[in-house]
Design a protein around this ligand. Structure first.
Ligand code: AMP
Ligand code: ZN
Length: 481
């Protein structure tokens, strides 16, 4: 079966045909690292992860790149307010972000380029644009001349006639900085911004042929994506808010500089709502991963909720939804444990077929523009039907066990929920989980020194706390009774 995506560029479902057969290059716009990202950002990051995993599942050799925007006007403002430099603001945010990614089970990217490491590439790209008369220097800043590119607007389908100076969407959507007075046309956007005194104070100034300054946000992604993946690459993703102007401007800059097509497929994630509203600081509904963990939810439950709706459909975050996510993870975990501990003997019949059908249904759902809600329906039908069969038999055959496990494994390679739940336990209580882990480690140590009496005492202690311990070839595992 062929994988199809909805490509924002063509506004249609298109079969994915990579530039180089068997390979896939993906660039995801990463966070602006001045505050911890909220769960809305993580809807997008978890989607990126599903894309990454599913491309691998389909056999592609994936190069997955996510940038870190570590110089940008919001970061500069934050550093100025804290009377420090931008590096001191971004370093702890990057560490915290990496920890959050791991909490919700996102696979590591192949590369996390940082804007401040690629200033030379940005300057080089801007020089090419100036040379090709797609950009001009004014008062130490450099602007992209939108009028020089006939197909500007092809991603967002913005009408340029409607955006004459001051009147239209392009101008309104674009934060026109007070220091952008040198522009020839209000629609033009900054590639490079002349240094202000505050930039110097926070160490956000670099030297260029046209003077000291800092890069515009859009040029950062053009430069980093082309360095990492080539001038033309397969897939570019981000939240829907980035279509205009960020991605539109990335396309303009890149294609004007190279004369070649830039990214071929553009995938955009619909914004997460919270209790039916937009996320915002003033409404205090912009939860971070940490805040949800503090409330006792696990990374697996958060991940489950964020991936439960198709990425182009509305998803409304509620605590009820999160409870349901927790419950779904629990069901999945119990089911996996039931399958793994099933008695091997005479075959039950029909289980291998169920496993095969479920796997095929799951793949068909993902092939269809990564339809996670359809895929989860397949997963839980499989759980229900298999449970019903298991209720009626006393054993399953070795082949049936293998078939069931391999289907569960296929699901989890893409969804990543089971592995994550096992890693962190279906944590209601982090302290309790840590205590159990500690006891298990002590028991392992006792066994290693052949002190079986001590090991048994620990097992009894765990049993008293309703912890069921199971020794597997992969080491001890536990669950609650
Ligand atoms: P930022 O750090 O603001 O640049 O955002 C990082 C990523 O999160 C971008 O791809 C945004 O489009 C995306 N994003 C921002 N808000 C939301 C939201 N409410 N739901 C989903 N994605 C979002
Ligand atoms: Zn970007």
């Amino acid at each position: 079966m062929a994988l199809r995506f909805y490509n924002t560029l063509s506004r249609s479902l298109q079969e994915f045909e990579p530039l180089n057969p068997g390979r896939a290059g993906v660039y995801a716009c990463g966070p602006t690292v001045y505050r911890p990202p909220h769960i809305g950002n993580f809807r997008t990051f978890v989607f990126n992860d599903l894309l990454h995993r599913y491309l691998e599942f389909k056999g592609h050799d994936v190069r997955f790149v996510m940038n870190l925007t570590d110089v940008e006007d919001k970061i500069i403002a934050g550093a100025a307010q804290q009377k420090t430099d931008i590096g001191s603001v971004t370093a702890p945010m990057i560490d915290a972000f990496m920890a959050d990614l791991s909490t919700v089970g996102v696979l590591p990217a192949d590369s996390y380029p940082r804007a401040t490491d690629h200033i030379d590439d940005m300057v080089g790209l801007i020089e090419r644009l100036v040379e090709r008369k797609h950009a001009y220097v004014a008062d130490g800043s450099v602007y992209f001349a939108i009028g020089s590119l006939p197909d500007y607007g092809k991603l967002s389908r913005i009408e340029l006639e409607d955006v004459k100076a001051g009147a239209g969407l392009a101008t309104r959507a674009r934060a026109v900085d007070a220091d952008e007075y040198g522009k020839e046309d209000a629609r033009d956007f900054a590639l490079w911004k002349a240094a202000r005194p505050e930039d110097l104070e926070v160490k956000a100034v670099w030297s260029t042929p046209w003077g000291d300054g800092r890069p515009g946000w859009h040029i950062e992604c053009s430069a980093m994506s082309m360095v990492e993946l080539g001038e033309t690459f397969d897939i570019h993703t981000g939240g829907e808010d980035l279509i205009f102007p960020h991605h539109e401007d990335e396309i303009a800059q890149s294609e004007a500089a190279t004369g070649k097509p830039f990214a071929r497929y553009w995938l955009h994630v619909k914004h997460l709502l919270v209790n039916g509203e937009k996320m915002s600081k003033s409404k205090q509904n912009d939860f971070t991963i940490d805040q949800l963990i503090e409330k006792g939810y696990s990374g697996a439950a958060i991940r489950y909720l964020l991936l439960s709706a198709h990425y182009r459909k509305e998803l409304n975050f509620t605590f009820d939804g999160l409870e349901q996510g927790r419950e779904s993870v629990r069901r999945l975990l119990n089911f996996a444990e039931r399958v793994e501990s099933a008695t091997i003997g005479p075959e039950a019949g029909g289980l291998a077929e169920l496993a095969e059908q479920a796997r095929a249904g799951f793949e068909a759902a993902f092939d269809d523009d990564l339809n996670t809600s359809a895929a989860l329906a397949v997963v839980f039908d499989f759980v229900r039907e298999t449970n019903a069969k298991l209720d009626a038999v006393t054993s399953i055959s070795e082949a049936e066990s293998t078939a069931l496990r391999s289907t569960l494994d296929a699901f989890d390679r893409v969804l990543g929920v089971l592995t994550l739940a096992r890693k962190h336990a279906i944590g209601d209580d982090q302290e309790f989980t840590a205590w159990v882990d500690q006891k298990i480690a002590e028991r392992q140590a006792a066994r290693a020194r052949r002190d079986f009496a001590a090991a048994d005492r620990i097992r009894v202690e765990l049993t008293e706390k309703s912890v069921i311990l199971e020794d597997t070839p992969a080491g001890p595992r536990w669950k609650r009774a």
